[in-house]
Design a protein around this ligand. Structure first.
Ligand SMILES: C[S@@+](CC[C@H](N)C(=O)[O-])C[C@H]1O[C@@H](n2cnc3c(N)ncnc32)[C@H](O)[C@@H]1O
Length: 203
């Protein structure tokens, strides 16, 4: 069964996951005009479209063809410059380093065994003084029935902090919130968010 967002990506009128997340808006004052941004598992682009509209260079990819088709449509409509790719995070070919990498609501869909390699790769391809914004689901709440087949990599609460021990943690949040997918399934999510900065002393 396809996840609920696949059919919602076909609706060009509405953003599937709503407005840009607060921590993405909050980081904007700290970004220079030359900032290069990568949005990993960008979905239908609530972050990429927002940041490109502010004038930043944005690369965005998602494994979903529907997601990228929708961003491509919206970027044309709004005359925005975003480089988009249909791609699995495990296969993305980095060509340069980024100043901000966003991976929001994606890592819990990756097998546990593959998560360390992905996070280390994203860290490697980040410039000194660059940021990561990571949001993921934790095991403090059960996986909703409709996502059981694909949500195979939920994190322990605060586990993500271990990956950023050698970076400066700018913000960490652990919270729970109620949610209802368009298919009517009500549930609670437990989420961690982290904003971390790569300093020149970071290994
Ligand atoms: C919950 S959505 C979040 C979308 C977007 N990041 C946001 O915050 O609005 C998760 C997205 O991750 C994408 N995704 C899942 N596994 C992926 C993978 N291995 N590589 C790239 N994208 C992936 C899905 O296709 C989906 O669009």
């Amino acid at each position: 069964m396809k996840p609920f967002w696949e059919s919602e990506y076909l609706n060009k009128e509405k953003s599937t996951f709503g407005n840009p997340s607060k921590e993405v808006e909050d980081i904007v004052p700290f970004l220079s005009k030359e900032t290069k941004i990568l949005d990993v598992g960008c979905g239908d682009g609530r972050h990429s479209l927002y940041l490109a509209d502010l004038g930043f260079q944005v690369d965005a990819f998602d494994i979903s063809e529907n997601a990228i088709a929708k961003i491509n449509y919206l970027k044309e409509c709004n005359n925005l410059n975003i480089n988009t790719y249909v791609c699995d995070v495990l296969e993305f070919e980095f060509r340069y380093k980024y100043d901000l990498i966003i991976i929001h609501g994606v890592l819990q869909f990756i097998e546990k065994a593959k998560q360390p390699k992905i996070i280390e790769l994203l860290k490697k391809w980040t410039n000194i003084n660059g940021y990561h914004i990571v949001a993921l689901f934790t095991d403090e709440e059960p996986v909703p029935d409709d996502l059981k087949d694909i949500m195979i990599g939920v994190f322990r609460n605060e586990e993500i902090k271990d990956y950023y021990k050698n970076w400066q943690i700018e913000m960490f949040e652990s919270r729970k919130f109620n949610d209802e997918h368009e298919n009517g399934i009500k549930h609670c999510h437990a989420m961690n968010k982290i904003v971390a900065k790569k300093l020149d002393v970071c290994l």
